[in-house]
Design a protein around this ligand. Structure first.
Ligand SMILES: [Zn+2]
Ligand SMILES: [Zn+2]
Length: 259
């Protein structure tokens, strides 16, 4: 399983990175994109064909999903539109409606995405199997609710050869994430703040909390992500490294990791 960071800037796109978006490639199926914030569709074009991508959304904050309307335009009107196939778009409840509103041409209208996307819901189907042409399962995805204001999910991806990538999505420190990340080879974890007094509860994690989660989950490698442009990333990394003995990396655009 190959992970490529397309964008990792927290909360908004930054001067050196798009907002959240990650490409996952495994044998047997087309590209899988986790989150698609502003700028991610452009970065994706450097690595894979967006026409055949499966898109998994952790939640529907703008910084995680607002390049999906662009992907819809590409599939509907782009040079490959004639051969377009419907690809899975899986997210929280209301994904079809919210992306449909963002894609509409008139106030109050909702674009019908069903010509280009097969929309699924984590709430209805938290366990998803992505199969190749040979009908073998190439990637298993498990979603679980995490602690963030809208309906938000962390994801656990397991390849056919048993490698595991865990992704926090956006979340405060929570037990569900420790369970979801248990024993993961690579843990892609948000750390939006340093561990200072006065942090609002139930939104994001500090570097210290990301490191603690990695330690309690017993992961192999910790990759810190979703650090906003105004947060000191080296301070976040130092906090995480003080809690977790394993390798701690900062996500950066175009980072490619064999999971
Ligand atoms: Zn975010
Ligand atoms: Zn969020």
């Amino acid at each position: 399983m190959l992970l490529t960071v397309l964008g990792c800037s927290g909360s908004i796109g930054g001067p050196t990175s798009p907002a959240s978006g990650y490409l996952v490639e495994v044998e047997g199926i087309g590209p899988v994109v986790i989150d698609m914030g502003p700028g991610v569709l452009g970065a994706l074009q450097r690595y894979a064909s967006p026409e055949t991508a499966t898109v998994l959304l952790s939640h529907l904050h703008a910084d995680h999903c607002l390049d999906v309307p662009g992907l819809l335009v590409l599939r509907r009107f782009g040079p490959e539109a004639e051969h377009a196939v419907r690809m899975p778009l899986i997210g929280p409840s209301g994904t079809a409606y919210r992306i449909g509103v963002a894609s509409s041409e008139e106030p109050g209208a909702v674009d019908d995405l069903s010509d280009t996307f097969e929309v699924g819901s984590w709430e209805v189907t938290p366990d998803v199997e992505l199969r190749g042409d040979d009908d073998e399962v190439a990637l298993r995805v498990r979603a679980d609710r995490v602690d963030h204001p809208p309906e938000s999910y962390g994801l656990r991806l397991t390849s056919a050869d048993g490698r595991v990538l865990a992704y926090s999505g956006d979340t405060a420190y929570c037990e569900a994430l420790i369970q979801l990340a248990a024993g993961a080879d690579v843990f892609l974890c948000e750390a939006s703040w340093t561990h200072e007094e006065g942090r609002p509860p139930g939104i994001h994690m500090s570097g210290a909390e990301a490191g603690r989660t990695a330690r309690l989950a017993g992961v192999g490698r910790l990759v810190l992500t979703h650090i906003p442009p105004w947060t000191d990333s080296e301070a976040v990394r130092a906090e995480a490294a003080a809690e977790f003995d394993g390798e701690v990396m900062l996500a950066e655009p175009d980072l490619r990791l064999e999971v």
